[in-house]
Design a protein around this ligand. Structure first.
Ligand SMILES: Nc1ncnc2c1ncn2[C@@H]1O[C@H](COP(=O)(O)OP(=O)(O)OP(=O)(O)O)[C@@H](O)[C@H]1O
Ligand SMILES: [Mg+2]
Length: 368
Protein backbone atom coordinates (compact mmCIF):
# COMPACT_ATOMS: atom_id res chain seq x y z
CA UNK A 1 0.00 0.00 0.00
CA UNK A 2 1.12 3.53 -0.69
CA UNK A 3 2.26 5.87 2.07
CA UNK A 4 0.17 8.95 2.79
CA UNK A 5 2.85 11.60 2.85
CA UNK A 6 6.43 11.40 1.62
CA UNK A 7 9.26 13.16 3.48
CA UNK A 8 10.26 16.59 2.18
CA UNK A 9 13.60 15.24 0.93
CA UNK A 10 11.79 12.50 -0.98
CA UNK A 11 9.05 14.71 -2.38
CA UNK A 12 11.60 17.16 -3.73
CA UNK A 13 14.39 14.67 -4.45
CA UNK A 14 14.78 15.68 -8.10
CA UNK A 15 14.91 19.39 -7.32
CA UNK A 16 17.48 18.78 -4.59
CA UNK A 17 19.66 16.59 -6.81
CA UNK A 18 19.58 19.26 -9.54
CA UNK A 19 20.46 21.99 -7.04
CA UNK A 20 23.38 19.94 -5.67
CA UNK A 21 24.67 19.48 -9.23
CA UNK A 22 24.32 23.16 -10.14
CA UNK A 23 25.57 24.57 -6.83
CA UNK A 24 28.75 26.59 -7.19
CA UNK A 25 28.41 28.60 -3.97
CA UNK A 26 30.51 27.94 -0.90
CA UNK A 27 29.04 25.44 1.53
CA UNK A 28 29.24 25.82 5.28
CA UNK A 29 30.92 22.77 6.87
CA UNK A 30 28.53 19.83 7.08
CA UNK A 31 26.01 21.33 4.66
CA UNK A 32 24.84 19.56 1.56
CA UNK A 33 24.04 22.81 -0.29
CA UNK A 34 25.28 26.41 -0.19
CA UNK A 35 23.05 28.97 1.57
CA UNK A 36 22.16 30.48 -1.82
CA UNK A 37 20.95 27.11 -3.12
CA UNK A 38 18.96 26.48 0.07
CA UNK A 39 17.16 29.81 -0.37
CA UNK A 40 16.53 29.00 -4.06
CA UNK A 41 15.07 25.63 -3.04
CA UNK A 42 12.55 27.34 -0.77
CA UNK A 43 11.62 30.42 -2.81
CA UNK A 44 11.98 28.80 -6.24
CA UNK A 45 13.93 29.62 -9.39
CA UNK A 46 12.68 31.42 -12.49
CA UNK A 47 14.42 29.04 -14.92
CA UNK A 48 14.69 25.25 -14.88
CA UNK A 49 18.05 23.67 -14.07
CA UNK A 50 19.55 20.39 -15.18
CA UNK A 51 19.30 17.18 -13.17
CA UNK A 52 22.43 14.95 -13.31
CA UNK A 53 20.43 12.63 -15.63
CA UNK A 54 20.17 15.47 -18.16
CA UNK A 55 16.49 16.30 -17.71
CA UNK A 56 15.48 19.85 -16.83
CA UNK A 57 13.90 20.41 -13.41
CA UNK A 58 11.82 23.41 -12.34
CA UNK A 59 12.58 24.42 -8.74
CA UNK A 60 9.15 25.49 -7.47
CA UNK A 61 8.39 28.13 -4.89
CA UNK A 62 7.38 26.43 -1.66
CA UNK A 63 7.17 29.24 0.87
CA UNK A 64 5.15 32.30 -0.13
CA UNK A 65 5.73 35.61 1.56
CA UNK A 66 8.79 37.11 3.06
CA UNK A 67 11.88 36.03 1.12
CA UNK A 68 14.12 38.12 3.36
CA UNK A 69 12.94 36.02 6.30
CA UNK A 70 13.98 32.86 4.46
CA UNK A 71 17.44 34.35 3.85
CA UNK A 72 17.85 35.31 7.49
CA UNK A 73 16.70 31.87 8.60
CA UNK A 74 19.27 30.15 6.40
CA UNK A 75 22.08 32.46 7.49
CA UNK A 76 21.22 31.97 11.17
CA UNK A 77 21.74 28.24 10.70
CA UNK A 78 25.29 28.85 9.44
CA UNK A 79 26.12 30.40 12.83
CA UNK A 80 26.24 28.81 16.25
CA UNK A 81 22.83 30.17 17.20
CA UNK A 82 19.67 28.16 16.79
CA UNK A 83 16.72 29.35 14.70
CA UNK A 84 13.35 29.90 16.39
CA UNK A 85 10.33 30.31 14.10
CA UNK A 86 7.42 31.87 15.95
CA UNK A 87 4.00 32.90 14.71
CA UNK A 88 0.30 32.28 14.53
CA UNK A 89 -0.89 28.72 13.86
CA UNK A 90 -0.83 27.65 10.23
CA UNK A 91 1.77 30.10 8.95
CA UNK A 92 4.06 27.35 7.61
CA UNK A 93 6.59 27.29 10.46
CA UNK A 94 6.71 23.50 10.43
CA UNK A 95 6.83 23.38 6.64
CA UNK A 96 9.73 25.84 6.60
CA UNK A 97 11.67 23.88 9.20
CA UNK A 98 11.18 20.64 7.26
CA UNK A 99 12.34 22.23 4.03
CA UNK A 100 15.41 23.71 5.71
CA UNK A 101 16.36 20.36 7.22
CA UNK A 102 15.74 18.54 3.92
CA UNK A 103 17.92 20.99 1.98
CA UNK A 104 20.73 21.49 4.49
CA UNK A 105 21.01 18.03 6.06
CA UNK A 106 19.18 15.89 3.45
CA UNK A 107 17.22 14.56 6.43
CA UNK A 108 14.08 16.10 7.92
CA UNK A 109 13.28 13.19 10.22
CA UNK A 110 15.23 14.24 13.30
CA UNK A 111 12.30 15.94 14.97
CA UNK A 112 10.99 16.23 18.48
CA UNK A 113 7.29 16.95 18.84
CA UNK A 114 6.95 19.11 21.91
CA UNK A 115 4.01 18.58 24.21
CA UNK A 116 3.20 18.75 27.90
CA UNK A 117 4.22 15.07 28.06
CA UNK A 118 7.63 15.39 26.36
CA UNK A 119 10.42 14.06 28.54
CA UNK A 120 14.17 14.64 28.47
CA UNK A 121 14.61 11.05 27.25
CA UNK A 122 12.65 11.86 24.12
CA UNK A 123 14.91 14.83 23.41
CA UNK A 124 18.47 13.62 24.11
CA UNK A 125 18.69 9.88 24.89
CA UNK A 126 17.01 7.20 26.95
CA UNK A 127 17.82 3.66 28.02
CA UNK A 128 16.79 0.20 27.01
CA UNK A 129 15.85 -0.92 30.52
CA UNK A 130 16.28 -4.66 29.88
CA UNK A 131 19.85 -4.06 28.69
CA UNK A 132 20.48 -1.55 31.46
CA UNK A 133 19.42 -4.03 34.17
CA UNK A 134 21.30 -6.91 32.59
CA UNK A 135 24.65 -5.23 32.06
CA UNK A 136 24.56 -1.69 33.47
CA UNK A 137 24.86 1.57 31.57
CA UNK A 138 26.81 1.21 28.36
CA UNK A 139 26.56 2.43 24.79
CA UNK A 140 24.66 -0.73 23.87
CA UNK A 141 21.94 0.08 26.42
CA UNK A 142 21.64 3.70 25.28
CA UNK A 143 18.69 4.66 23.08
CA UNK A 144 19.63 7.80 21.17
CA UNK A 145 16.92 10.42 20.60
CA UNK A 146 16.90 13.11 17.86
CA UNK A 147 19.17 15.62 19.65
CA UNK A 148 21.87 12.98 20.25
CA UNK A 149 21.64 11.71 16.66
CA UNK A 150 21.82 15.19 15.17
CA UNK A 151 24.92 16.08 17.19
CA UNK A 152 26.61 12.78 16.43
CA UNK A 153 25.90 13.00 12.69
CA UNK A 154 26.24 16.76 12.15
CA UNK A 155 22.61 17.31 11.14
CA UNK A 156 19.79 19.71 11.92
CA UNK A 157 17.34 18.74 14.63
CA UNK A 158 13.82 20.20 14.67
CA UNK A 159 12.05 20.92 17.93
CA UNK A 160 8.36 21.47 17.22
CA UNK A 161 6.16 23.50 19.57
CA UNK A 162 8.98 23.91 22.03
CA UNK A 163 7.02 26.21 24.35
CA UNK A 164 4.56 23.42 25.10
CA UNK A 165 7.30 21.46 26.91
CA UNK A 166 8.25 21.90 30.53
CA UNK A 167 11.11 24.42 30.99
CA UNK A 168 13.54 21.76 32.27
CA UNK A 169 12.97 19.74 29.10
CA UNK A 170 13.55 22.82 26.91
CA UNK A 171 16.74 23.57 28.81
CA UNK A 172 18.27 20.26 27.69
CA UNK A 173 19.21 22.33 24.62
CA UNK A 174 21.39 24.74 26.59
CA UNK A 175 24.74 22.96 26.55
CA UNK A 176 24.31 21.50 23.03
CA UNK A 177 23.74 25.05 21.80
CA UNK A 178 26.36 26.87 23.82
CA UNK A 179 29.14 24.31 24.32
CA UNK A 180 28.15 22.03 21.45
CA UNK A 181 28.25 19.03 23.73
CA UNK A 182 25.96 16.62 25.47
CA UNK A 183 27.02 14.97 28.68
CA UNK A 184 26.02 11.39 29.51
CA UNK A 185 26.88 11.19 33.21
CA UNK A 186 25.99 7.49 33.43
CA UNK A 187 28.82 6.49 31.10
CA UNK A 188 32.59 6.57 31.69
CA UNK A 189 35.60 7.70 29.67
CA UNK A 190 35.27 9.04 26.17
CA UNK A 191 31.68 7.87 25.92
CA UNK A 192 30.63 10.42 28.55
CA UNK A 193 30.59 13.28 26.10
CA UNK A 194 29.04 13.64 22.71
CA UNK A 195 30.61 16.53 20.82
CA UNK A 196 28.52 17.97 18.02
CA UNK A 197 29.88 17.50 14.51
CA UNK A 198 29.88 20.34 12.03
CA UNK A 199 26.46 20.80 10.46
CA UNK A 200 24.61 20.37 13.76
CA UNK A 201 22.12 23.07 14.71
CA UNK A 202 18.59 23.42 16.09
CA UNK A 203 15.40 24.76 14.51
CA UNK A 204 12.61 25.40 16.99
CA UNK A 205 9.02 26.34 16.25
CA UNK A 206 6.60 27.98 18.66
CA UNK A 207 3.03 29.00 18.29
CA UNK A 208 2.19 32.50 19.55
CA UNK A 209 -1.19 31.22 20.74
CA UNK A 210 0.66 28.90 23.12
CA UNK A 211 2.73 31.72 24.55
CA UNK A 212 2.86 31.53 28.30
CA UNK A 213 2.09 27.80 28.41
CA UNK A 214 5.76 27.22 29.23
CA UNK A 215 7.80 30.27 28.44
CA UNK A 216 11.40 29.74 27.40
CA UNK A 217 14.08 30.66 29.90
CA UNK A 218 16.06 33.82 29.20
CA UNK A 219 19.21 31.67 28.95
CA UNK A 220 17.70 29.57 26.19
CA UNK A 221 16.19 32.54 24.35
CA UNK A 222 19.64 34.09 24.10
CA UNK A 223 20.86 31.08 22.15
CA UNK A 224 18.29 31.48 19.39
CA UNK A 225 17.60 34.02 16.67
CA UNK A 226 13.85 34.57 16.53
CA UNK A 227 11.97 34.99 13.27
CA UNK A 228 8.27 35.80 13.25
CA UNK A 229 6.38 34.16 10.40
CA UNK A 230 3.30 36.20 9.48
CA UNK A 231 0.15 35.28 7.56
CA UNK A 232 0.16 36.19 3.87
CA UNK A 233 -1.52 39.55 3.21
CA UNK A 234 -1.38 39.62 -0.57
CA UNK A 235 -4.68 38.34 -2.02
CA UNK A 236 -3.23 37.10 -5.31
CA UNK A 237 -0.42 35.23 -3.59
CA UNK A 238 -2.69 33.57 -1.07
CA UNK A 239 -5.19 32.57 -3.78
CA UNK A 240 -2.35 30.97 -5.73
CA UNK A 241 -1.18 29.11 -2.64
CA UNK A 242 -4.65 27.87 -1.71
CA UNK A 243 -5.23 26.69 -5.29
CA UNK A 244 -1.91 24.90 -5.47
CA UNK A 245 -2.17 23.22 -2.06
CA UNK A 246 -5.82 22.25 -2.37
CA UNK A 247 -5.44 20.78 -5.81
CA UNK A 248 -2.33 18.90 -4.74
CA UNK A 249 -4.14 17.56 -1.65
CA UNK A 250 -7.12 16.45 -3.77
CA UNK A 251 -4.85 14.75 -6.30
CA UNK A 252 -3.04 12.92 -3.50
CA UNK A 253 -6.28 11.35 -2.32
CA UNK A 254 -7.31 10.56 -5.91
CA UNK A 255 -10.23 13.00 -5.97
CA UNK A 256 -10.52 14.22 -9.59
CA UNK A 257 -12.23 17.54 -8.68
CA UNK A 258 -10.26 20.83 -8.94
CA UNK A 259 -10.70 24.17 -7.18
CA UNK A 260 -11.12 27.06 -9.64
CA UNK A 261 -9.52 30.45 -9.20
CA UNK A 262 -12.68 32.57 -8.96
CA UNK A 263 -14.13 30.36 -6.24
CA UNK A 264 -10.81 30.29 -4.38
CA UNK A 265 -10.78 34.10 -4.45
CA UNK A 266 -14.11 34.21 -2.59
CA UNK A 267 -12.78 31.96 0.12
CA UNK A 268 -9.47 33.76 0.51
CA UNK A 269 -11.10 37.22 0.50
CA UNK A 270 -13.39 36.11 3.31
CA UNK A 271 -10.48 34.62 5.26
CA UNK A 272 -8.31 37.71 4.85
CA UNK A 273 -11.09 40.12 5.82
CA UNK A 274 -12.03 38.08 8.89
CA UNK A 275 -8.36 37.73 9.85
CA UNK A 276 -7.64 41.43 9.58
CA UNK A 277 -10.97 42.75 10.83
CA UNK A 278 -11.42 45.10 7.89
CA UNK A 279 -12.86 44.73 4.39
CA UNK A 280 -11.49 46.02 1.07
CA UNK A 281 -13.98 48.88 1.27
CA UNK A 282 -12.81 49.77 4.77
CA UNK A 283 -15.73 48.35 6.80
CA UNK A 284 -14.86 46.96 10.19
CA UNK A 285 -15.75 43.32 10.80
CA UNK A 286 -15.49 41.30 14.00
CA UNK A 287 -12.53 38.87 13.90
CA UNK A 288 -13.26 35.31 15.04
CA UNK A 289 -10.99 34.09 17.84
CA UNK A 290 -9.94 31.11 15.66
CA UNK A 291 -6.92 31.92 13.50
CA UNK A 292 -8.16 32.21 9.91
CA UNK A 293 -4.93 30.76 8.51
CA UNK A 294 -4.04 29.73 4.98
CA UNK A 295 -3.81 26.16 6.23
CA UNK A 296 -7.42 26.36 7.42
CA UNK A 297 -8.54 27.76 4.05
CA UNK A 298 -6.84 24.82 2.33
CA UNK A 299 -8.61 22.44 4.73
CA UNK A 300 -12.03 23.97 3.95
CA UNK A 301 -11.38 23.80 0.21
CA UNK A 302 -10.12 20.21 0.37
CA UNK A 303 -13.18 19.05 2.31
CA UNK A 304 -15.41 20.84 -0.18
CA UNK A 305 -13.62 19.10 -3.04
CA UNK A 306 -14.28 15.72 -1.42
CA UNK A 307 -17.89 16.71 -0.83
CA UNK A 308 -18.31 17.77 -4.45
CA UNK A 309 -16.81 14.50 -5.65
CA UNK A 310 -18.44 12.01 -3.32
CA UNK A 311 -21.75 13.66 -2.49
CA UNK A 312 -22.14 16.69 -4.73
CA UNK A 313 -22.14 17.87 -8.32
CA UNK A 314 -18.51 17.02 -9.12
CA UNK A 315 -17.57 20.71 -9.17
CA UNK A 316 -16.57 22.89 -6.22
CA UNK A 317 -19.19 25.64 -5.95
CA UNK A 318 -19.37 28.39 -3.29
CA UNK A 319 -22.13 26.37 -1.66
CA UNK A 320 -19.75 23.41 -1.06
CA UNK A 321 -17.18 25.69 0.59
CA UNK A 322 -19.64 27.35 2.94
CA UNK A 323 -20.80 23.94 4.22
CA UNK A 324 -17.32 23.34 5.64
CA UNK A 325 -16.59 26.87 6.81
CA UNK A 326 -18.18 26.59 10.21
CA UNK A 327 -16.18 23.46 11.06
CA UNK A 328 -13.06 25.60 10.77
CA UNK A 329 -14.26 28.79 12.39
CA UNK A 330 -16.23 27.38 15.30
CA UNK A 331 -13.74 25.84 17.70
CA UNK A 332 -13.71 27.40 21.15
CA UNK A 333 -15.87 30.47 21.21
CA UNK A 334 -19.60 30.05 20.38
CA UNK A 335 -19.72 33.73 19.45
CA UNK A 336 -17.49 33.01 16.45
CA UNK A 337 -20.61 31.66 14.75
CA UNK A 338 -22.26 35.07 15.10
CA UNK A 339 -19.17 36.77 13.74
CA UNK A 340 -19.19 34.63 10.62
CA UNK A 341 -22.93 34.97 10.07
CA UNK A 342 -22.59 38.70 10.50
CA UNK A 343 -19.94 38.85 7.77
CA UNK A 344 -22.27 37.01 5.39
CA UNK A 345 -25.24 39.21 6.26
CA UNK A 346 -23.42 42.51 5.92
CA UNK A 347 -20.50 42.13 3.55
CA UNK A 348 -21.34 39.17 1.32
CA UNK A 349 -24.95 40.25 0.87
CA UNK A 350 -23.93 43.73 -0.25
CA UNK A 351 -21.49 42.39 -2.84
CA UNK A 352 -24.13 39.91 -4.03
CA UNK A 353 -26.08 42.77 -5.62
CA UNK A 354 -23.74 43.16 -8.57
CA UNK A 355 -21.71 39.96 -8.53
CA UNK A 356 -23.27 36.55 -9.28
CA UNK A 357 -20.49 34.63 -7.55
CA UNK A 358 -20.88 36.68 -4.37
CA UNK A 359 -24.60 36.04 -4.70
CA UNK A 360 -23.96 32.29 -4.59
CA UNK A 361 -21.62 32.88 -1.65
CA UNK A 362 -24.19 34.95 0.19
CA UNK A 363 -27.03 32.49 -0.56
CA UNK A 364 -24.99 29.64 0.93
CA UNK A 365 -25.34 31.33 4.33
CA UNK A 366 -28.01 28.76 5.06
CA UNK A 367 -25.23 26.27 5.93
CA UNK A 368 -23.84 28.44 8.73
N1 LIG B 1 3.46 31.40 3.58
C1 LIG B 1 3.16 30.16 3.22
N2 LIG B 1 3.77 29.59 2.18
C2 LIG B 1 3.47 28.33 1.80
N3 LIG B 1 2.57 27.56 2.40
C3 LIG B 1 1.91 28.06 3.44
C4 LIG B 1 2.15 29.39 3.89
N4 LIG B 1 1.36 29.63 4.96
C5 LIG B 1 0.65 28.50 5.14
N5 LIG B 1 0.96 27.56 4.24
C6 LIG B 1 0.32 26.23 4.14
O1 LIG B 1 -0.14 25.90 5.42
C7 LIG B 1 0.28 24.59 5.77
C8 LIG B 1 0.36 24.46 7.28
O2 LIG B 1 1.52 24.98 7.72
P1 LIG B 1 2.32 24.42 8.98
O3 LIG B 1 1.72 23.21 9.54
O4 LIG B 1 3.75 24.37 8.56
O5 LIG B 1 2.03 25.63 9.94
P2 LIG B 1 2.58 25.94 11.37
O6 LIG B 1 2.95 27.37 11.33
O7 LIG B 1 3.61 24.94 11.75
O8 LIG B 1 1.26 25.77 12.22
P3 LIG B 1 1.10 25.32 13.75
O9 LIG B 1 1.53 26.50 14.58
O10 LIG B 1 -0.37 25.06 13.84
O11 LIG B 1 1.95 24.12 13.94
C9 LIG B 1 1.55 24.40 5.03
O12 LIG B 1 1.84 23.06 4.83
C10 LIG B 1 1.25 25.11 3.73
O13 LIG B 1 0.53 24.26 2.89
MG1 LIG C 1 3.67 23.52 13.26
Amino acid sequence: MEIQRALAEERHARELAALVAADTGSRPPGWRLSPRAVVDFIVGLARPIAHPDGELVQVERKFYGDDALVERAVITLTTSRGLMLVGEPGTAKTMLSELLAAAISADSTLAIQGSAGTTEDQVRYGWNYAALLASGPSMSALVPAPLYLAMEQGLLVRFEEITRCAPEVQDVLLSPLSDRLLLIPELAGAERIVQARVGFNVIGTANTRDRGVSDMSAALKRRFNFETVRPIRDLKLEVELVLQNTNRALAEIAVPVRLEEDVARLLVTTFQELREGITREGDRVDCPTTPMSTAEAVAVATSSGCHAHFLGSGQIRPDDLVRYLMGTVLKDDPEDRERLVNYFERIAKRRAKDNPLWKEWSDAKKWL
